[in-house]
Write a protein that binds this ligand. Structure first.
Ligand SMILES: [Zn+2]
Ligand SMILES: [Zn+2]
Length: 157
């Protein structure tokens, strides 16, 4: 792939067309809570002018915090105070009350999707599921019991 154009500028690979069309409407997570109603959105991490999701994590013998992109399908993770390895499976906690975020379902990769709720009622019909394995791109948004956004197809390429 050509990485530089004639002016010597760096050219980024064009995103997969299928994805670009399907995600014309980009879902941005603006509100998300632990099962005790604490907001998990924080200005400690900002992605494209949108506040990110800030969580406590535990991996193999270590713990720290992680910031997740609020854009559905963009599984950008920024680890804070914790070095995380690709493929590692993490546990996620509310940074405020320390409650472990519940598992939502099994992921196709063998790990699990953990749950964050999009309202304060801790209702699995309104939630976001994200795979707890680093490097796995699977995530989905459930709204009123319907799947609204799902990155599984992108992840299976
Ligand atoms: Zn909490
Ligand atoms: Zn997975």
């Amino acid at each position: 792939m050509r990485r530089y154009n004639s002016k010597g500028m760096l050219v980024f690979p064009t995103p997969d067309k299928k994805v670009a069309i399907r995600q014309k409407k980009v879902w941005v997570v603006e509100e998300v809570y632990c099962q005790n109603g604490h907001s998990l959105i924080s200005n400690r991490a900002v992605f494209n002018n949108q506040k990110g999701i800030y969580l406590k994590v535990k991996g193999n013998n270590k713990e720290g915090h992680i910031a997740l992109s609020p854009f559905c399908g963009d599984k950008s993770w920024i680890a804070c105070e914790a070095e995380l390895e690709n493929g590692e499976i993490l546990e996620f906690f509310c940074p405020e009350c320390g409650v472990k975020l519940p598992i939502y379902r099994r992921c196709t990769c063998g790990a699990h999707l953990f749950t964050m709720f999009t309202d304060k009622n801790a209702d699995f019909r309104n939630c976001i599921g994200i795979c707890n394995r680093i490097g796995c791109q699977v995530s989905e948004i459930i709204q009123a019991d319907e799947l609204r956004c799902n990155s599984c197809l992108d992840a299976k390429k």
